[in-house]
Design a protein around this ligand. Structure first.
Ligand SMILES: [Zn+2]
Length: 298
């Protein structure tokens, strides 16, 4: 019912990374986000055979001023499954106080608490909307190298080695949602809000970002332009308009308040020397609004 997109925050981090120098913290935050997304994609592939389940992926909701974020909701007959997906790798430990420790010994956000919170909020929300459905939480670890020590018995954990069997069990147990349950999915869909503001994105300004067009394959800047682009690093090729359109969209993503003009994009793409090339791509792919000096594309 709702496909997963690359989260906006991750898209912005991906655009910024080659254009500025990330600090160590910024880089590890970026890696953390990239890993998380990778885990969600792994989960989606795993979930594909579950044809009788309706999935709502990457959910942001507000219920009673509580923000609810979830990787994946699955609706089957009688049950609403909440999947909290983690791509942790290595040996994790739960200490006596219930805190989770990473392989390096750092305390990490307790994924089980996150899941419990999601379960409570989802139960309230569904009840308030007048539906009666069983809410079932699952904490799913998808990375094959994951292990967890000192686990209390009651945690609803699915380990990487259990994924196949868990899916078989779901296939056996779950049948198609009823019409009313499909409506529940629609209702939830109508309540979705935008991703939370990305407070963890590094500060950036137009002037301080490196200009140019980045190879879509490897992320290295194109060195020159002759009718098409060829990456000096990986050898990948890209047509002029494809690369310029991609760069324009990156610009729009970073600077949604700024107007797209030929001069601005010419400066942003940098490597394309002839401004007429930029104007042509803009004219062919975007709409022009306004006249003369105040004209811009959207
Ligand atoms: Zn390349």
């Amino acid at each position: 019912m709702k496909m997963r997109d690359v989260p906006k925050e991750l898209q912005i981090l991906r655009i910024l990374r080659p254009r500025m120098n990330f600090t160590e913290d910024e880089e590890s935050y970026y890696q953390y986000k990239e890993k998380g997304y990778e885990g969600e994609v792994t989960f989606d592939k795993w979930a594909e055979p579950l044809k009788d389940m309706i999935f709502l992926n990457d959910i942001n909701l507000n219920t009673n001023n509580n923000h609810f974020q979830n990787d994946s909701l699955g609706i089957s007959a009688g049950t609403l499954h909440i999947f909290e997906v983690k791509n942790f790798a290595g040996d994790y430990t739960i200490d006596k106080e219930g805190k989770w420790h990473s392989p390096k010994g750092n305390i990490v956000k307790n994924p089980h608490l996150q899941l419990e919170k999601a379960e409570t909020l989802m139960n309230q929300l569904v009840k308030n909307m007048g539906w009666r459905i069983n809410v079932e939480p699952h904490l799913v670890f998808v990375h094959p190298e994951f292990h967890l020590y000192n686990v209390p018995a009651h945690l609803p954990i699915i380990y990487p080695t259990q994924l196949v069997r868990f899916r078989e069990k779901l296939l056996e147990r779950c049948s198609k949602p009823t019409r009313s349950e499909v409506q529940l999915g629609d209702r939830l869909l109508s309540l979705l809000i935008e991703e939370m503001p990305y407070t963890s994105v590094p500060d950036y300004t137009y002037d301080r970002l490196r200009k140019g067009i980045v190879c879509k394959g490897c992320g290295v800047f194109y060195g020159s332009f002759h009718k098409t682009f060829q990456c000096g690093f990986c050898g990948g090729r890209e047509s002029c308009s494809e690369a310029v359109i991609r760069s324009i969209n990156e610009f729009k993503m970073l600077f949604s308040d700024n107007k797209v003009t030929t001069a601005r994009i010419h400066d942003w793409c940098n490597v394309v020397k002839d401004e007429r090339t930029i104007r042509r791509v803009l004219n062919e792919n975007f709409e022009l609004k306004g006249f003369a000096k105040s004209a811009f594309y959207f």
